[in-house]
Design a protein around this ligand. Structure first.
Ligand code: ADP
Ligand code: MG
Length: 709
């Protein structure tokens, strides 16, 4: 047996467990070693029975005097009761619904039990303690796996308990420890005072002290960030060596375009467009992320880049996350280019559309076949669509620029698809309304150049944000009524259903179901009890994309007064007539998410409101929600969010497959900078990593990990 032994060849792992492990991405013993716990339970307080205290977590060691399982008929649950004694006394232990315990635990057995003593109707007893066989004479705490020490709790999936993982993992670590080689160069380990890998693996799974487990985490965090940096910097280097089409700035056209607008560009828009136009002039592909709050006017910037590309006789592919957004962009682009001769196509699931310059910019329906022919022939100047653009059938004649709206990480594979039959790599402009904190911009987005539109067009009405305590609920509903009487529309977002620590076992499917239930209940309540006379409808993640689209369109066309939804309300959809955004259970959402919701309103000429419903009076919640009232700046809100809630909430962060335990290192700017510097140095000395074959291997794994989608 060695580290690359397939997991199913390990004794005690049958096909059922193999399947479950594969679900977690664990295929080999090595993968199991790098499946890190999310937290630890501290059972290291080993005490005599007479010293047990109510409600305190501790461990005892003793002999079983009696043990029996009975079934309570009334409640239909199994109850296992035992009495355990040591030299100082005896104590009762009770387990619920674990009848199999009496198969392994017998009278006379020596055991360790870890848990809490509680008092209830049944008396004073250890409640559902974790057990492990052993007597005090032959065991030292270091030998224990499940009790009497710090024990690891793993991210769980159905049917894979932490206990089972510990049981499999520990003997493997003992057995294979010698075979684990150091993965970081000696100098790096030394200079940064990192724990060597063998020790770190032991300490992260079975820590001797919390401090040492932290030191182990530090080592793996360092390594994780270092690989991310190495990956993104190398990607950057690689792209800078690719060839692309230099597209010189057509200043006259750009000036005509700017003149044709009914408003003045903001300084931030000018600055970012200039950067982008400059990038397009280069003989290597642009790779730029344009970040700007909802409504900051990113589309205009994208349009300018498109126009320049078209006037240099190249084509533009413009990809949106949903069909409704693709249609919206088509309409917007057609409007912006109304004075310019540009062929624009819309590739959707159903009716493809085409705006032809020959037909005096009329919009017509067109067959898919024709649309694709025109695209291949290079006649189509801009083709707008969803993921449908990355199909084999869609081939561009002369693709110069790819624009992605809200596609957080567009795989290299997909880009390659768009480039098929292109001689050179097209330029790439990615746009997002999600503000990305600095540490994340330097890590998971580190392969992209960044432009930020940090300024909203002048004269926008501020969305009025308010915290609504329970006693003002009725009043607020009255206000909603008045707005609807004035022909406005309203969003109501239902609370996020969260897994609590106790519900750790709650599966994803169950969680989704809980969300749907929450939104359905709220919808029922509102349409029966509160607004029986108004038109309400519902939107949630369990609906098919078609259903969702139908509802959004109906809302856009004012067929619905109030849209009750889960957090699926898509980013970017323009409903200028919606003026109220109500968020139920606002305390459960991150600030950045709340800010995104707020961005759904305030897009038209009318005064808009964002109303945060909350029952929570905790000072921390208040403080957090108040930040939203005082700040309109998505960036500072995102930074705050990262501070308070950690990076797990950021789309993109999850995709990198960073273990939960290491996620918090994405907040640590000094660690980010340190590892970035190191990766830079290594790449300067050895751009192709010829001296570091291990790194190359790791990067290959990385590539597979993040381009899965
Ligand atoms: P987003 O960044 O959310 O994609 P859009 O590009 O959709 O924003 O722009 C939002 C709205 O603001 C559009 O109706 C657009 O025409 C308008 N807009 C864009 N730039 C300006 C500006 N400089 N001044 C006034 N209105 C603008
Ligand atoms: Mg947009």
């Amino acid at each position: 047996m060695n580290l690359s032994t397939p997991i199913e060849d390990v004794p005690n792992i049958g096909p059922v467990y193999k399947k479950r492990l594969k679900k977690l991405g664990i295929n080999t013993i090595n993968d199991l070693f790098f499946h890190f716990p999310r937290r630890y339970e501290d059972f290291s307080n080993l005490i005599p029975i007479e010293k047990l205290k109510i409600n305190e977590v501790s461990t005892i060691q003793g002999q079983i005097l009696a043990i029996e399982t009975t079934k309570s008929w009334r409640k239909k649950i199994y109850v296992t009761e035992a009495v355990i004694k040591d030299k100082t006394g005896a104590v009762k232990a009770i387990w619920f619904n674990q009848p199999y315990l009496t198969r392994s635990l017998k009278v006379g057995d020596n055991v360790f039990l870890s848990g809490k003593v509680i008092i209830s109707k049944k008396g004073t007893y250890l409640s559902n303690p974790i057990h492990e066989k052993g007597d005090s004479a032959s065991w030292r705490t270091g030998d224990l796996t499940h009790t009497g020490r710090l024990i690891p709790i793993y991210p769980e999936t159905v049917g894979l308990s932490s206990r089972w993982i510990r049981y499999i993992l520990k003997p493997l670590l003992v057995h294979l420890e010698e075979q684990i080689y150091e993965t970081l160069p000696k100098e790096i380990i030394k200079e940064n005072d990192l724990m060597p890998i063998n020790k770190a693996l032991w300490e992260i799974h079975f820590p001797t002290t919390l401090k040492l487990s932290q030191k182990a985490q530090q080592r793996f965090s360092f390594e994780e960030l270092f690989y991310i940096e190495l990956f993104v910097l190398r990607e950057r280097n690689r792209l800078s060596q690719e060839k692309s089409i230099p597209l010189p700035i057509k200043l006259d056209v750009i000036q005509d375009f700017v003149k044709s607008l009914s408003f003045k560009l903001t300084d931030a828009q000018k600055k970012s467009s200039w950067r982008i136009l400059k990038d397009l002039e280069m003989p290597r592909p642009m790779n730029r992320l344009l970040e700007g709050d909802v409504g900051s006017g990113k589309t205009i910037v994208a349009a300018m880049a498109s126009l320049n590309t078209i006037k240099q006789k190249y084509q533009v592919a413009f990809m949106a996350p949903t069909e409704i957004l693709a249609k919206q962009h088509f309409g917007e682009v057609a409007r912006l280019f109304s004075d310019f001769k540009v062929n624009i196509g819309l590739l959707t699931g159903k009716q493809d559309q085409f705006r032809s310059k020959k037909l005096k910019n009329q919009i017509i329906e067109i067959s898919r076949k024709k649309l694709l022919e025109k695209t291949l022939a290079g006649e189509m100047d801009i083709l707008i669509g969803t993921h449908a653009l990355v199909q084999d059938k869609v081939k561009f004649g002369k693709l110069g620029l790819v624009i992605l709206d809200e596609q957080h990480r567009f795989g290299v594979k997909q880009r390659a698809k768009l480039c098929q039959n292109q001689e050179v790599v097209p330029h790439l402009l990615s746009m997002t309304a999600t503000p990305i904190p600095r540490t994340l911009a330097l890590t998971i987005y580190g392969d992209l150049d960044l432009s930020i539109i940090d300024e909203l067009p002048k004269g926008r009405k501020k969305v009025i944000t308010k915290i609504i305590p329970p006693k003002e609920r009725q009043e607020t509903y009255q206000f909603v009524r008045e707005e609807i009487k004035n022909k406005r529309q309203v969003f109501i977002v239902c609370p996020r259903v969260e897994k609590t620590e106790d519900e750790e076992q709650m599966s994803e499917a169950k969680l989704n179901w809980a969300k749907v239930k929450a939104v359905k209940d709220e919808y029922e309540r509102l349409s029966k009890d509160i607004f029986p006379d108004l038109k309400l409808d519902i939107l949630h993640g369990k609906m098919t994309p078609k259903e969702k689209e139908r509802i959004m369109l109906a809302f856009k066309n004012k067929k619905i007064d109030i849209l009750v939804s889960t957090s699926v309300v898509e980013v970017g959809i323009d409903i200028p007539n919606a003026t109220i955004m109500i968020i139920e259970g606002a305390e459960r959402f991150g600030l950045a998410t709340l800010h995104q919701f707020r961005g759904r309103v305030g897009r038209g000429e009318h005064q808009s409101y964002c109303l945060l419903f909350t029952d929570s009076f905790s000072p921390k919640t208040r403080q957090r929600l108040k930040a939203l009232i005082t700040s309109e700046d998505g960036f500072s809100l995102a930074e705050k969010d990262l501070e308070i809630r950690g990076p797990g909430d950021f789309k993109g962060a999850k995709q990198w497959g960073i273990p939960d335990l290491m996620m918090s290192s994405l907040k640590d700017i000094s660690l980010v900078e340190k590892t970035r510097e190191l990766a830079k140095q290594i790449l300067t000395d050895d751009p192709y990593l010829r001296k570091h074959p291990y790194f190359l291997d790791k990067l290959k794994q990385f590539r597979e990990r993040i381009h899965l989608e």
